[in-house]
Design a protein around this ligand. Structure first.
Ligand code: SF4
Length: 155
C-alpha cells in the first residue's frame, strides 16, 4: 500500500525554520514500523508550491494565507495543495500521515491567524483538498488510529 508522509516528519529540513519535525513523533518505534511496512512517498506542499527554505511562518487568515511579515502566500499554498493531490493521484495514494498544526498539512487543529500561538479546530490547505478528494489524512499523533484504519480497510 502506498502512503504519503509529510517530508518534515521523515527528517527532511523543509520547515519554515529549515528544520525537520522528527521530534514531534512520540511513538518512533511505530513510525519506523510503518515506514518499513508500506511504500512511502513524501512531499512538502509548501516547498512544492514554490516557497523557500527557510521562509517566514504563515497562518490562515480568513480565506488567505499570510506570513508573519504580512505577505500573501495563498497562491503558493494552493499550488502546493494541487501538486500534492496530483502526486497522490499519480501514485495511487489513498492515505496520508501529515504533520499536525501546519497551515498546509494540519488535519484537526491549525493556528488561528492571530500569530499568538493560539490553535483552533480547522484544517490545513493541503489536507482539506486531499480529504475533499477522498484521501484519508492522519497526523503523527494518530499512528495507532492509522494502523486500526488500515487493518479495518483490509478486512
Ligand atoms: S508544509 Fe507540511 S511537509 Fe512542509 S514543512 Fe510544513 S508541515 Fe512539513
Amino acid at each position: 500500500m502506498n502512503i504519503l508522509i509529510s517530508s518534515c516528519l521523515l527528517g527532511e529540513d523543509v520547515r519554515y525554520d529549515a528544520k525537520s519535525s522528527s521530534s514531534s513523533i512520540k511513538d518512533k518505534e511505530l513510525f519506523n514500523k510503518i515506514i518499513n511496512e508500506f511504500k512511502i512517498f513524501s512531499i512538502c506542499p509548501e516547498v512544492s508550491g514554490g516557497l523557500s527554505i527557510p521562509r517566514p511562518p504563515s497562518e490562515i487568515v480568513n480565506d488567505k494565507v499570510i506570513t508573519t511579515d504580512g505577505l500573501d502566500v495563498t497562491k503558493m499554498f494552493n499550488k502546493g495543495a494541487l501538486n500534492t493531490l496530483s502526486y497522490c493521484k499519480d501514485n495511487n495514494i489513498k492515505i496520508a500521515i501529515l504533520k499536525s498544526k501546519s497551515p498546509s498539512c494540519g488535519n484537526s487543529m491549525v493556528y488561528d491567524g492571530t500569530f499568538t500561538s493560539t490553535l483552533k479546530k480547522s484544517k490545513g490547505i493541503t489536507t482539506k483538498l486531499l480529504q475533499e478528494n477522498g484521501i484519508k489524512v492522519f497526523n503523527e499523533t494518530q499512528l495507532e488510529q492509522f494502523c486500526d484504519y488500515i487493518k479495518s480497510s483490509l478486512k
